[in-house]
Design a protein around this ligand. Structure first.
Ligand code: FE
Ligand code: FE
Length: 258
């Protein structure tokens, strides 16, 4: 496990690449953009790949929003899954550890990182000041839309996260790719694992319905392993590949539409 006190520090010392990715994200993620991306990528007409084939592709991707790792996304997948396995997590949660960032296939399909990675947050209502680099929303067009600027915006309290449009990125994309194939708990963690303002800062709690509240503890449990498994010691691919390929195929045996 990495030293917990030095993770997710976003300040003047953060790598300029990280801040630049968030600057592009926070100035361009609008409700309209997120709906357009979801409609376009939701067609799932880019590729047909098993989840394992996708993970192998992700050995070419390094997350530019992440101050805590410069390993590839395949390496991050194996580290997260291993951390969960060692902690005694159930197989479905180990699987989530393995695949949670596979939506970063968006990068392979040519998307820029600002529209793929980083923390997520709801659109169509006020931006919480718990969001990293929230001051960079000053240039976001939605910031000046009156209908989107109140605390609840276009939503009603208790509406449920399923009705909320989140900033577009790898969470929602992988949720779409795996829709209907995994347990509800797994789908929820995949879909909202980057929603740090909720699961770390307790913001936007008014949106949740009873089902979301029941699932929320899984996000907290998962997030520790996503974050604290980040060491710069690469995982031993040759030792782990057979085991995790089988785990992936146990849950998702067929090629998926991406
Ligand atoms: Fe992620
Ligand atoms: Fe991750």
């Amino acid at each position: 496990m990495a030293e917990e006190t030095h993770l997710r520090e976003y300040d003047e010392d953060t790598r300029s690449e990280v801040r630049e990715t968030y600057r592009k994200n926070h100035t361009q993620q609008t409700l309209t953009l997120a709906r357009e991306k979801a409609a376009s990528f939701g067609k799932l007409d880019r590729a047909r790949l098993t989840i394992w084939e996708a993970l192998l592709e992700l050995d070419r991707v390094i997350d530019e929003s992440d101050p805590d790792t410069e390993l590839s996304q395949l390496q991050h997948a194996l580290q997260t899954a291993e951390s969960l396995r060692v902690a005694g997590a159930p197989p479905w949660l180990q699987l989530v550890g393995l695949i949670h960032d596979a939506g970063k296939m968006l990068c392979i399909f040519g998307e820029e990182q600002w529209a793929v990675v980083g923390d997520t947050y709801p659109l169509g209502c006020a931006f919480s000041d718990t969001i990293v680099f929230h001051e960079l929303f000053a240039e976001n067009p939605d910031k000046n839309q009156a209908a989107y600027s109140t605390e609840t915006g276009i939503y009603n309290p208790g509406c449920g996260l399923d009705t909320v449009t989140m900033a577009w990125g790898h969470d929602e994309y992988l949720y779409q790719v795996t829709r209907g194939r995994l347990p509800a708990e797994a789908a929820f963690v995949i879909r909202f694992h980057s929603f740090y303002p909720l699961h770390q800062e307790n913001a936007y709690r008014w949106m949740l319905n009873a089902e979301d509240e029941a699932l929320l503890p899984w996000l907290a449990r998962f997030q520790k392993h996503d974050l604290y498994s980040k060491t710069n010691q690469p995982p031993d691919y040759d030792a782990l590949a057979t085991h995790y390929r089988k785990l992936a195929e146990d849950f998702l045996p067929d090629a998926l539409a991406w």
